[in-house]
Write a protein that binds this ligand. Sequence first.
Ligand SMILES: *Cc1c(COP(=O)(O)O)cnc(C)c1O
Length: 426
Amino acid sequence: MEKTWKPETLCVQAGWEPKNGEPRVLPIYQSTTFKYDTSEQMARLFDLKDSGYFYTRLQNPTNDAVAAKIAALEGGVAAMLTSSGQAANFFTAFNICEAGDHIVSATSIYGGTFNLFAVTMKKMGVECTFVDQDAPEEEIEKAFRPNTKMMFGETLSNPGVMVLDIEKFARIAHKHGVPLVVDNTFATPINCRPFEWGADIVVHSTTKYMDGHACCVGGCIVDSGNFDWEAHADKFPGLCQPDESYHGLTYTKAFGKLAFITKATSQLMRDLGSIQSPMNAFLLNLGLESLHLRMPQHCKNAQTVAEWLEKNEHVAWVNYPGLKSNPSYALAQKYMPNGSCGVLSFGLKGGRDVAIHFMDSLKLIAIVTHVADARTCILHPASHTHRQLSDEQLREAGIAPDLMRLSVGIENVDDIIADIEQALAK
Ligand SMILES: *Cc1c(COP(=O)(O)O)cnc(C)c1O
């Protein structure tokens, strides 16, 4: 891989670089295990003295090639694929935090991640304080405690499509000696690269635009290699002190900039096992090969639909960062000048019941629990993804009860608008 390669070239070519006579296309290493000639060679792998493959629960060559492509796209030093975006978020948080620790997160995040931080990780002894990401710095800083170990936000929140002020969050996190983790699922590295704005770790649900065809659930963790764990060694014993389960090896000392991903692989994947299947990694790679072509089309279509909706008499409100009327417009111009994503939300005059009737009248646009793939689809978070949240939690997460999340695909935009128009007429 050449250092000068631009994102479009990385999408197509990075990761798998065949040597003489090897398959041109990334092979699917559909094998649980790998063969060695001597017992000694295998032992060195288990001691992390050599790098290599021994069991697919920890690592697989197909996955690693795809992870390397995503790392290159984000400008990181290393990456790993996980079985889902949720697994990526959990592994990231648990690779940093342990019982007794604390996280500061933006409130406007994906419902699953909100639940992970608010409920499930709390049961493991890790607490989270949620903050309004648009609040002034001094206000957000009040959430920090001596035991705070990471800060979290989404480049573009799902489903609110609020743009995160990444530089502000990075400044706050670093002032308190903790890494900033950014979920970059909706923007993708085609539209925004959070490391360039100070984020330390990026996570993805590859299920969305990266796969792009709604065929594989998956996730990815990318490390920038920039956070200096050793400078705050007392806060991060998991990375900076000897790991008893690895003969007293210390990740930061043994692996330097690769410490974070190495620990996540050799400790968390080993013990919790949520790796992406090599078959899914192969399909994800196919999706990545056209990510740079699909993203601009999603953005162009969404912009057209958003402007059309904004002018329609039946529509109460439209939320899309590409609209000048949007509170996130200025941040979107700064962090993703080429476009944000294909997701927008809106409400109809008449509220919740009208929304449900409208959705049932759509023909081309399908009601599915998904977002960010080639086909236009719609969802009503209050009755679907965010059902578990109370009305108060819904409001805190920035989700109105009448909010419909429209994921604009890459069909001809006239057909998308025609479908909305006929359903509105009903
Ligand atoms: C979908 C999504 C997730 C969860 O990913 P899965 O692959 O469904 O587990 C996390 N964060 C964001 C922003 C998402 O859109």
